[in-house]
Ligand binder design. Structure first.
Ligand code: HMG
Length: 386
């Protein structure tokens, strides 16, 4: 039985900061951001586009009435959760008017959360082949104004439907995963910004990739002549490039060049959106599928997921006969093109805005997000959405 990603789409708020403007403001050579970090723009979310609203806006695009009816599991993976208790998936269920006969939960493990969700969804569908699962990765990456990680911020959500006989990517059963407690990146409950040991986090990412690749190779899972693309978690594109580079000496030149070429297609969307934490690997998948015209039905793709703290996994999938029909590259190119460019002052003002935390009522006038779902108000410590 084939199980995997049946549909995939994404949402990102309709405004961004150009990283050249950020570089000038922070008195940094723009090439450090454009080449050294490998990013061009970062999406900026208004308060009304929190992770619930973004998740609903991403999921809305792929759910037909028949899909909604078939859902047995809804997972929202996030590390920017809005409640310590109630799952973001329950808000999404309500906002999208989904059936009540389903399990709705939230998963957290930094940027690995969506992969945990995807694997759980796959196991769920294996046991309940007549049902589908919705997995949404939704995050806002915040490190703070003038912080080392500022250039690697971003915001967005990726939604996927997991089912039998998927239209896009059938997932293989075998994968290699690893967990180990590390202090590379974390965000305590009281902080709206993440803390990172930046260079150390890069080392852990690369070490885990190297260990996992070695294990996968010893189990003959990485024969590169069969591997048409290798995707990475992309906190910023240079990170994935560094991961891929570790294979340069291990692979035949033609295989490495093929993976490199496809890597370039996989970072196109992320370079304009920024780090969307747990959705970022899946934004790379979408970027690859929509920007590369050479991939063929049956091609095998490797996906390396990394979440700080840290959990990592390398897994594989095969492109399905109809995959091109289920993609909307023009819609996504337009979505990115139509965004408003913020000035630095506008970006800093949005960054400083805060939701009330004292129980008072705060009504949000819908920002120009032009999206169906948004946070409308906070009242008595509760969030309300349209
Ligand atoms: P930094 O101090 O700005 O780094 O921090 P840098 O000064 O070393 O510069 C970065 C690169 O730019 C270097 O290249 C420089 O040589 C180059 P590298 O040595 O890395 O190849 N550079 C230039 N290139 C061209 N022209 C120039 C120029 N100047 C310098 N003029 C860092 C960078 C990424 C550490 C920082 O932004 C940070 O802390 N980011 C947040 C943490 C992070 O993203 N870590 C990634 C791994 S952990 C992960 O992926 C998980 C995560 O997504 C969270 C989760 O799981 O939830 C973060």
């Amino acid at each position: 039985m084939k199980i995997g990603i049946d549909k995939i789409d994404f949402y990102t708020p309709p405004q961004y900061l150009d990283l050249v403007d950020l570089a000038h403001a922070r008195q940094v050579d723009p090439n450090k951001y454009l080449i050294g970090i490998g990013q061009k723009k970062m999406a900026v979310a208004h308060l009304d586009q929190d992770i619930v609203a973004m998740a609903a806006n991403a999921a809305e695009k792929i759910l037909t009435p028949a899909d909604k009816q078939a859902l047995g599991l809804v997972i929202v993976a996030t590390e920017s959760g809005v409640d310590q208790s109630k799952a973001a998936a329950l808000f999404v269920q309500q906002v999208l008017q989904l059936t009540t006969n389903l399990r709705a939960i939230e998963i957290k493990e930094a940027c690995y959360g969506a992969t945990a969700g995807l694997q759980m969804a796959k196991d769920f569908v294996q046991c309940h082949p007549d049902k589908k699962a919705l997995v949404v990765a939704s995050d806002i990456a915040r490190y703070g104004l003038n912080s080392g990680g500022e250039v690697t911020q971003g915001a967005g959500a990726v939604a996927m439907i997991v089912s039998v006989d998927p239209h896009i990517l059938a997932l293989e059963d075998q994968s290699i995963y690893q967990s180990q407690s590390t202090g590379d990146f974390w965000r305590p409950n009281y902080s709206t910004e993440a803390f990172a040991r930046g260079k150390y986090s890069e080392e852990v990412y690369l070490q885990m990739f190297s260990d996992i690749w070695q294990q996968a190779s010893s189990q003959k899972m990485t024969q590169t002549e069969q591997l048409q693309a290798l995707l990475f978690h992309i906190p910023f594109s240079k990170m994935g490039r560094k991961g891929l580079k570790t294979l340069e000496d291990k692979l035949a030149t033609a295989d490495y060049q093929r993976l490199l070429q496809r890597f370039e297609q996989s970072i196109i969307y992320g370079q304009d959106v920024g780090n969307i934490y747990t959705g970022s690997l899946y934004l790379s998948l979408l970027s690859l599928l929509e920007n590369d015209s050479t991939l063929q039905v049956g091609d095998r793709i490797g996906l390396f997921s990394y979440g700080s703290g840290s959990v990592a996994e390398l897994f594989f999938g095969q492109l399905q006969p109809d995959f091109k029909k289920y993609l909307t590259p023009l819609v996504h190119q337009e979505l990115l093109k139509q965004r408003k460019q913020l000035t630095l002052v506008e970006y800093e003002n949005i960054f400083r805005q805060k939701l009330v935390t004292d129980g008072s009522t705060q009504k949000l006038s819908q920002s120009d997000c032009n999206a169906p779902h948004y946070l409308t108000k906070i009242q008595d410590h509760e969030r309300f959405y349209k």
